[in-house]
Design a protein around this ligand. Sequence first.
Ligand SMILES: Cc1cc2nc3c(=O)[nH]c(=O)nc-3n(C[C@H](O)[C@H](O)[C@H](O)COP(=O)(O)O)c2cc1C
Length: 159
Amino acid sequence: MTDPAALRLREALGNFVTGVTVVTTRHGDELHGLTANSFTSVSLDPPLVLFSLSRTADCFDAFERSDYFAINVLQSDQEALSNRFATKDIDKWSGVRWRPGHLDCPLLDGAIATFECRVTTRHEGGDHIIYVGEVLRFDHGPDGEPLAFFRGRYTAVSA
Ligand SMILES: Cc1cc2nc3c(=O)[nH]c(=O)nc-3n(C[C@H](O)[C@H](O)[C@H](O)COP(=O)(O)O)c2cc1C
């Protein structure tokens, strides 16, 4: 991205502190995942969450073809995992510890919380597609510090 107006907008948006997630999906033996900080809760009744997926993501077609996704909320010591799942053209899964969830999507060891979702709707969102999913299963540990993202850098948040 080189458009100066878009760069300034991205810089301004970076002032909104977020958590960091890895969103995963699966087709048979094919595992897919990307780092996403666009995750947010939408509704409790019904239980809905969303994330936005860039149209330029290599995993775009995999998510288009899948009815399910899993959100893995990263812990403060998982910065390397976040960078790995934000890197194109590498084997993202090499050496990563994960287990299949109830909907078959990969759940990452060490995540502070996981949400297993069925895609309910896909919305046009400019250069992204907004995925809304119904949470069918979820889990979270009793403690642990989240990984946070602010002004383009990882940061810590303590309770
Ligand atoms: C902290 C952080 C947050 C990100 N959030 C998103 C996001 O919400 N949606 C998205 O499409 N890409 C996001 N990205 C970029 C993708 O993780 C990255 O482009 C990834 O390589 C795309 O998947 P691909 O390898 O299949 O192309 C984020 C990257 C970082 C480092």
